[in-house]
Design a protein around this ligand. Structure first.
Ligand code: THU
Length: 132
């Protein structure tokens, strides 16, 4: 799947978001190095704090399927935003747990324009297991 198809998948996934509280729909399409694409959407909760972002939904699903650190190629994230939608800091830390610094993060806006950054660029000076 090429970059444009991955972004299109993330855009489609917004339809499956469960976001009755914020009304903000997010889709994340996670590309594994073996070519598999894993879906993620934000899943909100009335307690608010139990909400899971689209990116984490996709990453945790990949882990549940048996994927390991180093298997992650790219993620496209889509919301109905004017500007490029940046992943929240909790999701960035989860990305650091499983993605290498060259893991590609495709930020998109409502027009499907794409800004590609690496995880290393998105999270400079990341806290990792090497720091403990
Ligand atoms: N959200 C995501 O799913 N991903 C992001 O990158 C930003 C925020 C969700 C969480 C919540 O359901 C809603 O968007 C508003 O914060």
């Amino acid at each position: 799947m090429n970059q444009q198809q991955l972004v299109e998948r993330a855009r489609q996934l917004k339809d499956n978001a469960y976001s009755p509280y914020s009304k903000f729909r997010v889709g994340a399409a996670l590309l594994m190095k073996d070519g598999t694409v894993i879906d993620g959407v934000n899943v909100e909760n009335v307690s608010f704090g139990a909400t899971n972002c689209a990116e984490r939904t996709a990453i945790f699903t990949a882990v549940a399927k048996g994927y390991k650190k180093g298997d992650f190629e790219a993620v496209a994230v889509s919301g109905d935003t004017e500007d490029f939608l940046p992943p929240c800091s909790i999701c960035r830390q989860v990305m650091v747990e499983f993605g290498d610094p060259d893991f590609k993060v495709l930020l998109t806006n409502g027009n499907a324009d794409v800004k590609e950054v690496t995880l290393g660029e998105l999270v400079p000076l990341a806290f990792t297991d090497l720091d403990m």
